[in-house]
Design a protein around this ligand. Sequence first.
Ligand code: HEC
Ligand code: HEC
Ligand code: HEC
Ligand code: HEC
Ligand code: HEC
Ligand code: HEC
Length: 462
Amino acid sequence: MAEGSLRHFYGWFTVLGLLVGGLVVLGYYKDEYREWKDYQKKFIHEEMHRAATPQQLATAKRIPVEVRQILLPDLNRVDRCTTCHLAVEDPSYGGYPQPLAYHPLNEQHPPEKFGCTVCHRGQGRATTVADAHGNVPHWDEPMLPLQYIQASCGKCHQAADNPAAPELARGEQVFEESGCRGCHKLGGTGGILGPELDKVGAHRSADWLKKHFLKPAAVSPGSGMPPQKLSEANLEAITLFMLSQTGETAPGYYASMKVIPSAAEGQRLFTQKGCIGCHSVGGKGGDIGPALDDVGLRRAPEWIVRHFRDPQVVSPGTVMPQFGFTETEARALTDFLLHLRDQKVALSLPSFMDQVERGHDVYRKYGCAGCHGQDGKGGVPNPNAKTAQLVPDLIHVADGYTKDELKARILKGQHEINALDPKRPPPPLYMPGWGGTIKDAEVNDLVAYLISLKPKGEDAGF
Ligand code: HEC
Ligand code: HEC
Ligand code: HEC
Ligand code: HEC
Ligand code: HEC
Ligand code: HEC
């Protein structure tokens, strides 16, 4: 009997439970609704306040209070950020408190084509601040902290060519100079001791990365990655560069802008088109055309661009070919040439580099410095290795090896490293075999470079 009346109550519990649950959900939606509505009312109020004529006032009053969204099928996104960030396209809102401020870079990336999350990450469909900014559980793409926003530019632009993303370019440079490729592959090139880094920015946060750089073993117990000695600025830059490696690429139209006219792009064209065959820079190159070091002093930028477009019109009878450059390419080359005047950039022009210089490039390209130190100077710890608990320096390889032996040593590698104390864990760093990774011509250059490292004073015969 008692059981029966209890059962009678069960029904009531269920009804009550549903009612409470429903109220919670209702309250939640009401709050969610109110948050963005308040910002829209504020915006309408501001527009009404600014209205100078009755017509403008009427227009302002007619602004609907509604969720706004940008559909971006090519980017597979729906962004509702403009539901609160209502004035991103209106320069007269420059400097307003968020979310009602005008947006920088707006002209190059109009919201109706780009939306917001392609650069900021975060949750495009959400309409509350917390959800949209992505700081909620179960959402794996929190908004990029603003200080790392340049990490997103690399999806569509080459890092080195984007004058509006200097931090990204710097990060890439730190990556190449620190020898990370000695152990990591990125874009298919590099060593095998550590994981590939092409998608690391999609699953590691800025905080994790920074902690890991300073003391890898503290976040990845037993890590073989040596602690990195980086200045504060370089630490930030390499962190940003890692965050930029998400493995995403942009489709179609968005990728078409990979190249921004810039000095770096100009330098690439300069090398690629063989300008150096007729012109010299820094004393190297041909003499059919004038030396270009000071061309920026002789010629105005408009002259140079016109000359590229049609050399015959500007310099009748010239043998300088008409290359058929696009406007962007002509601007980039001109930028590069003007840059020569300002900074006297040291050009590395492959066709004129000697073997040792090329070898130095190979050393950098494959990240040998990650284990052997910059310029082969050593200093990278390898706990419990017989060689002074360090990876050996490469300054003196000319004494111990012939060219062929050195080549063989690099291609084959050496997996068994002699331990100082056999009872302790073996040294974490070994010499990877580079056969199949480094091309034959590159190894020859590399060997020439390593042999050249022997300090001059010790070379009695020379
Ligand atoms: C519900 C309203 C709302 C929505 C939706 C919204 N935001 Fe915001 N956003 C704000 C407010 C309010 C601020 C200022 C206060 C703050 O930072 O939380 C802000 C600030 C920001 C900032 C500056 C943060 C900083 O560190 O200074 C960025 C960037 C931003 N929003 C991007 C976005 C993006 C991207 C989206 C869409 C995925 C979005 N917001 C959606 C209300 C919103
Ligand atoms: C092309 C990439 C890109 C897109 C697309 C983009 N942003 Fe930004 N956003 C940036 C950059 C870069 C900054 C930092 C600018 C600075 O302060 O130097 C920024 C800054 C901001 C800020 C902070 C502004 C400040 O002055 O503190 C907000 C808010 C913001 N964006 C919201 C949005 C919203 C909303 C959208 C979509 C309508 C959007 N962004 C689209 C790149 C982008
Ligand atoms: C989703 C792809 C995409 C992303 C991400 C992106 N851009 Fe762009 N960017 C473009 C495209 C496409 C254009 C060309 C727009 C046009 O002219 O139609 C452009 C144009 C530009 C220009 C103008 C180039 C010129 O001709 O002068 C600059 C500067 C620029 N972007 C900087 C940035 C910065 C800085 C970031 C990162 C905060 C960034 N972009 C992120 C695609 C992108
Ligand atoms: C001597 C070899 C070595 C060098 C040099 C090296 N790493 Fe590593 N790295 C490793 C190993 C091994 C791991 C895996 C263990 C760990 O997580 O620490 C790793 C892990 C990482 C991770 C975490 C990857 C993930 O998906 O969890 C990042 C990021 C990273 N390295 C970046 C770098 C960068 C950037 C540099 C250059 C500044 C660098 N590494 C230099 C060996 C190296
Ligand atoms: C992951 C770390 C690592 C990387 C990256 C690496 N090495 Fe090594 N290398 C070592 C270690 C450890 C040794 C010492 C092996 C031993 O004790 O037998 C070594 C030994 C050598 C030696 C023999 C040195 C001697 O004194 O006998 C040469 C030459 C060499 N490496 C060249 C290179 C070149 C060139 C590269 C870049 C293509 C490179 N290494 C990249 C770890 C590395
Ligand atoms: C076949 C030889 C040849 C090639 C290749 C060549 N040029 Fe020239 N260039 C000349 C000659 C000759 C002149 C001088 C006559 C004239 O003004 O056209 C000249 C003039 C110039 C000038 C004007 C210099 C001044 O001080 O007036 C510039 C700038 C220039 N070239 C840049 C380039 C660039 C950049 C490339 C590669 C994309 C290039 N040239 C390729 C032969 C060449």
